[in-house]
Design a protein around this ligand. Structure first.
Ligand code: GLA
Length: 669
């Protein structure tokens, strides 16, 4: 096994916040905690370039050397996430503006307009110097570009952005006629005579043009990505052999993870589970599967998590003993090959002084430092997990374009939330122990036995045909309400909803009947079946007419009583299911069990107790079964054969695992 095969462990390292005497102690404590990698320099711009063009790298050389000598690898940030005060003093136009024309001032971070040529010029100039300086440094492992693109400045509405938007629109549409057509500007007298008249969707008296809003999401994602790509270009040229990542955020609407994945060598994610939320791991699970799937199953990095409490929620709970370990292992179980934290040493001053760190204010004689060091040791004891992968028979499709369009205003209901609806579908698989990939709708689907499509509101003709071909070829598809409604320009496909999926689903939706807040609706399985699919629904309902599909369950009350709520349609050699409402979680789970059994999609372990997550990672030589108990009570898990827990060296092989609350086991035959 190569010495480089390991699960990396460490955190953000911000040595500029501390006097140099502390640095030697840092590296010594890092060794004690089992740290193998830090991500450094994230907010160092003002310190390495205190005046424009005047670089002071000496102190950072010593940081790199210290780390290198201690055997700690460096994920080196490009330092461009927070421009120094001189930049906006010299060039105030780099500051971003809100939709109502208010400027965002320096004093926080990410105070730059993503379209600003000035910002990009100064940022790439710094990256050029940085890359040249550390290209050959033995500690350099990979590049970390920027930091959480779009975290604070998701969209900018300033004049520089407006000009860039017009350029972007010219490239997309060619002529102003095409733009008028795409944006349906015949409505409300919005016709443009030239591109010069076009603005970002700034604060308007009422609903701004939805297609304009949708394009602004696309444009803003692209503007952020151009900042990333400008730095990437420099890095590719100056350090061609060094891999590059940028840390994405979870459920992050401004940044299309699938697009960004194409330009990274390894995916990395920041995820802060919320100890107050008993289902926090379900949200994490969707994001972890997305990271794993975004680059075809390649291992990814959990680049940031909190050792304990964060400082940025309204109320910030510490992580009770064992949860940090559990949630770290969850990332590994779902394909991560690195577990890092924000941050190494807890700040004394600044806005994050109450954010936990690996070395807390109280020092190393602390629960946090002990739990961190224990995890460091544990991860080091199973280096052979690194590089192994997971295989899934089920895929969940999601699409940023559709997400942006789904959550626009002026809809039948503004309560639809892509993140929650994806999570509800994903949880029904996760809780059964079924691995699931998360893909955009234009990926090949043939290798999957089951494809789940939650609320794919915007659907291109090509992708609709892809879904139909998948089912015709024998695939099993489950589609949820308000899918396949609009085209790329947010124009409704006529002829009865969901026009592009009608033939495939064997039905027509005539009207949408969203529900009032907190209202529920009962759903009953149709006679002849076993009633398992009866229960409650909420949020949404639709008036469905069958056109070849059969009703599996119907609405049992209200205006739509007796009309289909869940349908099944045999199409070609496969089956397409449709759910015309939001089923409550246990009903969703029973439906998903039914659908996946029909599709012969099996859990990694049958009969999993509630709250236990089970995943597998493997390669040609070995197979690891991960069990994670997210529940508050001990769980008993039966194994198909006797297995040893790699986290309990010297323990006997067992066929029954007693997993305590927050317990983790990594099992091998
Ligand atoms: C984000 C940032 C970090 C830090 C943490 C705090 O993930 O990338 O710099 O602010 O949040 O949780």
């Amino acid at each position: 096994m190569s010495a480089d095969r390991r699960i990396h462990f460490g955190g953000d390292y911000n040595p500029e916040q501390w006097p140099e005497e502390v640095w030697a102690e840092d590296t010594q404590l890092m060794k004690q905690a089992g740290v193998t990698m830090v991500t450094a320099g994230i907010f160092s711009w003002a310190r390495v370039e205190p005046r424009p063009g005047d670089y002071e790298f000496g102190w950072f050389d010593r940081v790199m050397d210290n780390l290198g000598e201690a055997g700690v690898r460096v994920c080196l940030a490009t330092m461009t996430a927070s421009p120094p005060p001189w930049l906006s003093r010299l060039h105030p136009e780099v500051l971003p503006e809100t939709e109502d024309g208010r400027r965002k001032w320096p004093g926080g971070r990410q105070h730059y307009c993503p379209s600003s040529p000035r910002y990009r010029e100064y940022a790439t100039r710094l990256v050029e110097r940085l890359a040249a300086r550390y290209a050959e440094h033995p500690a350099l492992q990979l590049w970390h570009v920027g930091n959480e693109f779009g975290c604070h400045t998701r969209q900018c509405f300033c004049d520089v952005s407006a000009a860039d938007f017009r350029r972007w629109l010219r490239e997309r549409y060619g002529t102003v006629e095409a733009l008028n057509d795409a944006w349906s500007t015949a409505f409300w007298s919005q016709r443009y005579d030239t591109f010069e008249e076009v603005l970002p969707p700034r604060l308007a008296p009422t609903f701004a043009n939805p297609a304009q809003q949708l394009d602004y999401w696309r444009f803003s994602d692209d503007a952020l990505r151009q900042c990333y790509l400008a730095e990437l270009d420099v890095l590719r040229r100056v350090t061609p052999g060094v891999p590059v990542t940028t840390n994405l955020m979870p459920h992050h609407k401004p940044v299309d993870a699938f697009e960004w994945a194409r330009h990274q060598d390894v995916m990395s994610l920041d995820f802060y589970q919320d100890p107050f939320d008993p289902e926090t791991h379900l949200g994490a699970a969707v994001n972890f599967d997305l990271m794993r799937s975004a680059r075809d199953g390649q291992p990814w990095m959990l680049l940031e998590q909190a050792p304990s409490a964060v400082n940025w929620r309204a109320r910030n709970s510490p992580k009770p003993p064992g949860t940090m370990r559990l949630w770290s292992w969850q990332a590994v179980a779902q394909g991560a090959d690195a577990v890092l934290y924000f941050q190494w040493r807890q700040s004394r001053g600044g806005a994050e002084k109450y954010h936990s760190a690996m070395v807390p204010h109280a020092g190393t004689d602390t629960r946090i430092f002990r739990e961190v060091s224990e995890l460091g040791r544990e991860l080091a004891s199973v280096p052979d997990i690194a590089g192994t992968r997971s295989r899934a028979d089920a895929a969940l499709l999601t699409d940023w374009n559709s997400w942006w369009a789904l959550e626009l205003d002026s809809h039948p209901s503004t309560a639809l939330d892509q993140t929650l609806i994806n999570r509800a579908h994903h949880a029904a698989l996760l809780q059964a122990g079924v691995p699931c990939d998360i893909l955009p709708p234009d990926r090949p689907l043939e290798s999957y036995k089951l494809v789940v499509v939650p609320n794919l509101y915007l659907l291109s003709e090509e992708n609709a045909e892809r879904l139909a071909a998948y089912v015709e070829g024998g695939g099993h598809l489950l589609v949820s309400f308000f899918s396949g409604i609009v085209d790329d320009c947010d124009r409704v496909q006529l002829g009865g909803y969901p026009a592009r999926l009608r033939r495939l689903l064997g039905l027509r939706v005539e009207e949408f009947w969203p529900l009032e807040e907190c209202a529920t609706l009962s759903v009953a399985e149709v006679a002849g079946e076993d009633g398992e699919l009866s229960g409650a629904a909420d949020l949404w309902s639709e008036a469905v007419d069958l056109e070849g599909a059969e009703a599996v369950a119907t609405f049992a009350e209200g205006e739509l009583a007796g009309r289909p709520a869940v349908t099944r349609h045999v199409h070609g050699s496969g089956t397409a299911w449709y759910v015309a409402t939001r089923l409550e979680p246990s009903l969703m789970r029973r439906l998903m069990d039914r659908v996946r059994e029909a599709a012969s999609v099996h859990p990694v372990l049958p009969g999993l107790p509630d709250h236990v997550q089970a995943t597998v990672r493997e390669d040609e030589e070995q197979r690891f079964l991960f069990l994670l108990n997210h529940g508050a009570a001990e769980a008993v898990v039966e194994l198909p054969e006797p297995m040893r827990d790699r986290l309990r060296p010297g323990s006997e092989a067992v066929s029954t695992v007693n997993l305590p609350a927050r317990g983790v086991a990594v099992l091998q035959p």
